[in-house]
Design a protein around this ligand. Structure first.
Ligand SMILES: CCCCCCCCCCCCCCCCCCCCCC(=O)SCCNC(=O)CCNC(=O)[C@H](O)C(C)(C)COP(=O)(O)OP(=O)(O)OC[C@H]1O[C@@H](n2cnc3c(N)ncnc32)[C@H](O)[C@@H]1OP(=O)(O)O
Ligand SMILES: Cc1cc2nc3c(=O)[nH]c(=O)nc-3n(C[C@H](O)[C@H](O)[C@H](O)COP(=O)(O)OP(=O)(O)OC[C@H]3O[C@@H](n4cnc5c(N)ncnc54)[C@H](O)[C@@H]3O)c2cc1C
Length: 627
C-alpha cells in the first residue's frame, strides 16, 4: 500500500532519540544539516537518476557518467558550493567517476609532493578542471611492489628534460582510474635515471592528451582496460592502460618537494623521509577507512529493514509468521555488522584526526609519528575494507533470494566496493606492513624504548618486555601468523576508539546506552569468533568464554527493538539506498512486483530471438511427438 509505513510499529519500539543519534552518526549538527540539504538536492534532481545503471551497456553507462560528472560540476559552480558541500554532493550522487581520481589523488599528489612553485602553476588549472588528472602508478607487471616499477624517467642534460619511457610490456601503466578515456594529465610514477644511475621511483606530471582535440600526444598510447566485475558498479570508471615511447617533459615537471634534480643533473634529497613519495596513498587510505562505514551501513540498513518485513515460519493459530529479524541466528549475523558500521564510523573519525595531526607535524619537520600513521592507515584500511566487503555479501545472504536481485541494491554495492580490498594496497600486503611495524616495536621494547600511541599497550605486556627479537628473522616463515597478529592489533584500535567515544558526553535520551550495547556486541562477537585463540593462550577460561557468549545474546535482545531506529539514524534517503528491500516504508512486495515489469525483457510478451531460436525447437518437438 502506497503511503503506509509498514515499519511504523518497529519505529515505535525505539528506546532512544533517533534525531540525536543522527547527529552522532553525522559527526555534528552542522554535518547533519549539510547532509540533509545535499542529499535532497541530489534525490530531487532527475539528472542524478541511477536506478537504470545496472541495465545500461558499457558505452551508454560511461557516457551517462560523463554527463552526470559535468552536470554535478555545473551545479557545484552555480550553487557556489563549498568544498565540504561539493564533497557531500559527490557522495550522494553515488557513482564512481574519473573526477574521484582527479580530486582524490591527482590534486593531493601535487599538493603533497609538489614544490610551492609547482603548486602555484598546476593547482589553479586542476581546481578549475581546465586540466583533468589521474594517478598513474600501477603497471601491468607491478602493483604492490612500488619499488619494482619499470617505467623510466631519464634526465637529458642537453635539453633540460626527462624522457619518460615504457621499456617493456610489463611496464605499461595498467589500472589507473580516469586514465582510459578522460584524463589530460597524469601524475606518473617512474624510476629516475641520471647519468645511468637509478635513483628509485619518483612522481612526474605528464600531459597525455591534447587540450584541443583530446587525442593522445606523440609517443603516448592510451586506452581503457575493459569491463570489470558486475553490472554498472565500477564500470562507470575508465581504468586505463598507458605506454610511453620516449615522451619528453620539462625538468620542472618532476614533483620536487621530497627530492630535486638541478639544471646540472645533480640529485638532491631533502631532509625528509623518502616515504613521503607515498603520501598520497596514506591520504587515500585514510579516506577509504572513513568510507567503509558508509558502505557497510548501507548494506546493513537494507538487510535490517528487510529482515523486519520478511516473515518465515512460526505462525501461531493462523497468525502472521515470525519476522526473520527475531531469529537469533539472523541477529548473530546482522547485529555484529550493525555494530561494525558504528565502530568503523568512530575509528574513521579518529583516523582523520590522526592524519591531520601528522600533516601538521610534517609541516614543522617532525616525522616521528609517520611510522605509526602509516601502520594505522594501512592496517585499518585493510581491516575495514575486508569486513565491509564480506559484510555486504553477508547482508545479501541475510535477504535470501530477493537479495540477489539487482533491485535489492546489494549486488552492485558489493561489486563496486569489493576492489577496495585490493586498490590502494592489497589488504594482505598492507597487513604485512603493520606486522613489520609491530615486530620493530617489539625489538625496541627490549632496548628500553617505551612505545606510545596505539602501541603503548605493548610496553605493558610482560613477555614482550623480555623479548629479544630481530625484525626480519623468521618473518617470511611466520607471515601468515603475523598477519593475524596485525589484524588483532587493528581490532584493538577499533575497540579502544569505540570505548573512547563512549567516554565523551553524548546527548540524547538513550543514545549512549544504545552505543554501549553496540560496542559490547562489537567486542564480544570478536571474542566469540576468536575464542579458540583466547582459550589457547589462557587469556580466558572456558567459563569466562561461556559468560561472554551469554552476555552477547543478551545484547542482541537489547538491540532488537531498536534495530530499525539504529539504521534510520544513518539518515539515508531511498534515492541513495537505491534498494527496494531497504525502502524506508518497508513496502517491499508491491514494489518488487512493479519493478519486475519494468525490466526491458518484459517490454514485449514474446522475446526477441523467439522466432529464430525457440520456435524451431518447439516445432521440431511437435514433429517428433507426432512421429
Ligand atoms: C564532480 C565534482 C566533484 C567535486 C569534488 C568532489 C570531491 C571528490 C573526492 C573524492 C575522493 C575519493 C577518494 C579517492 C578515491 C580513490 C579510489 C581509489 C583508487 C585506487 C587508487 C590506487 O589503487 S593507487 C595505487 C596504490 N598502490 C599501492 O597502494 C601499492 C602498495 N604498495 C606500497 O605502498 C609499497 O610498495 C609498500 C608495500 C609499502 C612497500 O614499500 P617499500 O618497498 O618502499 O617499503 P618497505 O616495505 O621496504 O618499507 C620501508 C620503510 O618504509 C615505511 N613505509 C612504507 N610505506 C610507507 C608510507 N606510505 N608512509 C610512511 N612510511 C612508509 C615502512 O614502514 C618501512 O619503514 P622501516 O624501514 O622504518 O621499517
Ligand atoms: C578498481 C581498481 C582501481 C585501481 N585504481 C588505480 C589507480 O587509480 N592508480 C593506480 O596506480 N593503481 C590503481 N589500481 C591498482 C591497485 O593499486 C593494485 O591492483 C593494488 O595495489 C594491488 O597490486 P597488484 O594488482 O599488483 O596485486 P598483487 O601484488 O599482484 O597481488 C596478488 C596476490 O599476491 C599477494 N602478494 C603480493 N605481494 C605479496 C607479499 N609480499 N607477501 C605475500 N603476499 C603477497 C597478494 O596478497 C595477492 O593475494 C586499481 C586497482 C583496482 C582493482
Amino acid at each position: 500500500m502506497e503511503g503506509v509505513d509498514h515499519l511504523a510499529d518497529e519505529r515505535k519500539k525505539a528506546e532512544f532519540n533517533v534525531e540525536a543519534m543522527k547527529i552522532v552518526w553525522a559527526g555534528s549538527q552542522h554535518n547533519l544539516e549539510v547532509s540533509n540539504r545535499i542529499s535532497k538536492l541530489v534525490a530531487d534532481d532527475p539528472a542524478f537518476r541511477k536506478d537504470d545503471r545496472t541495465m545500461l551497456p558499457r558505452k551508454e553507462l560511461f557516457k551517462n557518467t560523463l554527463r552526470k560528472a559535468a552536470y554535478a560540476w555545473k551545479r557545484i559552480n552555480e550553487l557556489r558550493l563549498s568544498e565540504e558541500e561539493a564533497s557531500k554532493l559527490r557522495f550522494y550522487v553515488d557513482e564512481t567517476a574519473y573526477t574521484d581520481l582527479h580530486w582524490g589523488m591527482f590534486i593531493p599528489a601535487i599538493k603533497g609532493q609538489g614544490t610551492d612553485e609547482q603548486q602555484r602553476k598546476w593547482l589553479p588549472l586542476a581546481y578549475k578542471m581546465q586540466i583533468i588528472g589521474c594517478y598513474a602508478q600501477t603497471e601491468l607487471g607491478h602493483g604492490s611492489n612500488v619499488q619494482g616499477l619499470e617505467t623510466t624517467a631519464t634526465f637529458d642534460p642537453h635539453t633540460d628534460e626527462f624522457v619518460i619511457h615504457s621499456p617493456t610490456l610489463t611496464s605499461s601503466k595498467w589500472w589507473p582510474g580516469g586514465l582510459g578515456k578522460v584524463s589530460t594529465h597524469a601524475v606518473t610514477y617512474a624510476r629516475l635515471i641520471i647519468d645511468g644511475k637509478d635513483h628509485g621511483v619518483h612522481g612526474f606530471i605528464v600531459q597525455l592528451r591534447s587540450l584541443e582535440d583530446h587525442r593522445p600526444l606523440p609517443g603516448i598510447t592510451v586506452g581503457d582496460i575493459g569491463m570489470k566485475f558486475g553490472n554498472g558498479a565500477y564500470n562507470t570508471m575508465d581504468n586505463g592502460v598507458l605506454r610511453f615511447d620516449h615522451v619528453r617533459i620539462p625538468r620542472n615537471q618532476m614533483l620536487m618537494k621530497v627530492s630535486q634534480v638541478t639544471r646540472e643533473g645533480k640529485y638532491k634529497q631533502s631532509d625528509v623521509p623518502r616515504q613521503l613519495v607515498y603520501g598520497t596513498m596514506v591520504y587515500v587510505r585514510q579516506r577509504i577507512v572513513a568510507d567503509a562505514s558508509c558502505y557497510l551501513s548501507r548494506a546493513v540498513c537494507i538487510a535490517t529493514r528487510y529482515s523486519a518485513v520478511r516473515r518465515q515460519f512460526g505462525s501461531q493459530n493462523g497468525g502472521p509468521e515470525t519476522q526473520v529479524i527475531d531469529y537469533k541466528t539472523q541477529q548473530s549475523r546482522l547485529f555484529p555488522l550493525l555494530a561494525s558500521a558504528y565502530a568503523f564510523r568512530f575509528v574513521g573519525e579518529w583516523l582523520e584526526w590522526l592524519y591531520t595531526d601528522v600533516m601538521q607535524r610534517l609541516q614543522a619537520n617532525d616525522f616521528s609519528t609517520l611510522p605509526e600513521a602509516h601502520a594505522c592507515t594501512a592496517g585499518l584500511k585493510s581491516l575495514t575494507t575486508s569486513v565491509t566487503a564480506d559484510g555486504i555479501e553477508e547482508c545479501r545472504k541475510l535477504c535470501g533470494g530477493h537479495g540477489y536481485l539487482c533491485t535489492s541494491g546489494l549486488p552492485e554495492l558489493f561489486a563496486v566496493y569489493v576492489p577496495a580490498c585490493t586498490y590502494e594496497g592489497d589488504n594482505i600486503v598492507l597487513l604485512l606492513q603493520v606486522a613489520r611495524f609491530l615486530m620493530k616495536t617489539v625489538s625496541q621494547i627490549g632496548t628500553g624504548k617505551q612505545p606510545v600511541g596505539t602501541i603503548a599497550y605493548m610496553g605493558r605486556i610482560e613477555h614482550l618486555m623480555q623479548c629479544r627479537c630481530n625484525v626480519q628473522r623468521g618473518f617470511a616463515e611466520l607471515s601468515a601468523d603475523l598477519v593475524e597478529a596485525a589484524v588483532a592489533h587493528c581490532q584493538l584500535i577499533v575497540v579502544s576508539k569505540f570505548i573512547e567515544k563512549l567516554q565523551q558526553d553524548i546527548p540524547g535520551e538513550g543514545v549512549k546506552q544504545q552505543l554501549e550495547a553496540l560496542c559490547g556486541i562489537y567486542y564480544l562477537s570478536l571474542l566469540h569468533k576468536h575464542q579458540g585463540d583466547f582459550l589457547a593462550t589462557s587469556y580466558l577460561t572456558p567459563k569466562q568464554s561461556a559468560l561472554a557468549n551469554d552476555q552477547l545474546r543478551a545484547l542482541y535482545s537489547k538491540v532488537r527493538p531498536n534495530a530499525i531506529a539504529l539504521v534510520d539514524a544513518f539518515n539515508y534517503s531511498d534515492h541513495f539506498l537505491s534498494s527496494i528491500l531497504g525502502r524506508y516504508d518497508g513496502n517491499v512486495y508491491p514494489k518488487l512486483y512493479e519493478a519486475a515489469w519494468k525490466d526491458p525483457l518484459n517490454e514485449s510478451v514474446v522475446p526477441d530471438g523467439y522466432h529464430e531460436y525457440v520456435r524451431p525447437l518447439l516445432k521440431q518437438q511437435l514433429h517428433t511427438a507426432r512421429l
